[in-house]
Design a protein around this ligand. Sequence first.
Ligand code: PMP
Length: 380
Amino acid sequence: MRKDAKLNCPYYLDNAATTKMSEKCAQVMQNYACEAFYNPSAGYGLAISVAKEMATAKKSLLNKLGAAKGDIIFTGGATESNNLAILGSLRNGNWEYVFSAGEHPSVYNVALHLKQLGFIAHIIPLQVNGQVDYEALEKVLNEKTRLISVMHVSNETGAINDLVKINNLRNKYCPKALFHSDGVQAFCKLLYNLDSIGVDLYSISAHKFHGPKGVGALYVKNKQALKNIIYGGGQEGGLRSGTENMPGIMAMVAACNMAKVKENYEHVKAVRKSFLDVFINEKGVSFIETDSPFIVSVSFTGVNGETLMRVLENEVIVSTGSACSAKYAGNRILQEIGLSVERIKSSIRVSFDTEMSEDEAAQAGGIILHKYQELREKVK
Ligand code: PMP
């Protein structure tokens, strides 16, 4: 248990699945639910002022994303943002769509759906370091490419794809193609600037950076390039009908404005190091070296990752992979980067956050090491 925590709760190391919402965000939600509750599309003064606040909220997000131009479309989370980005880009004709094999199910399953519908969808393999195989990507790009969708940071391994490189490939082989990236595990965690990356579409989700669940956004460089996938009253410039979730939107923007990205990044880097240092002399433990300090996939030779997760859960919460695919056997991404079945079965995902100190990370690591050694003795 966390000795110094106010709540008697276990160490939480599953921040890639979701983060705890801050009190400040809860207050903002309360305000827009119970006080400034007006529908931003209504025509009277109180509603118009809510609509103005929504417009300011969009500017804040654009600013944090480092995008001087473009728009923000509010959605019900990144699953919806990803669906809108891909399905909204579909066009009749002989077009081709390109995805990385490392995508979250909210992109990957759309790619499979496109294939079933008869579209040409290329799924590009990953390298052993978890990044997309840029050479294989380069080979499929051509003037018929309509969309490239490659995530920024992998939610399974923490691998960071080189989006600038992909943008250069796009400009070289298919300058008219749209470039989408799922930025869920990067936004408010890494320092970057969308304008210098050059993406056209970028998905984010509030609950990954201490905002509420069920709200997200899609950055759209040029709205003309996208079509709506939901029909209705024409909110969000026609791209996402439905009354905007103002409590969620305003809380998401509050969470984003509060995030001290550089400071948090440095802190989490130290936390991750402190955690991994615990395992330095334990040969049975290995991890995938990737660039985001927020996520690490660790394997424990000779024990089952799922069993380890369950025996730990009263003291340390980890996961065996993305919560969105936890119900399915195996781990598609770890398979894709070529890990053996044994190693995949013995893997857990650990994901860090700013709320944990270096000492706590070492303590949590110590508990995991101890449980691992106990389990390994039992299965011998
Ligand atoms: N993409 C990535 C990379 C994710 O990690 C997640 C959340 N697991 C999503 C998309 C889906 O986000 P949401 O929960 O907001 O639908």
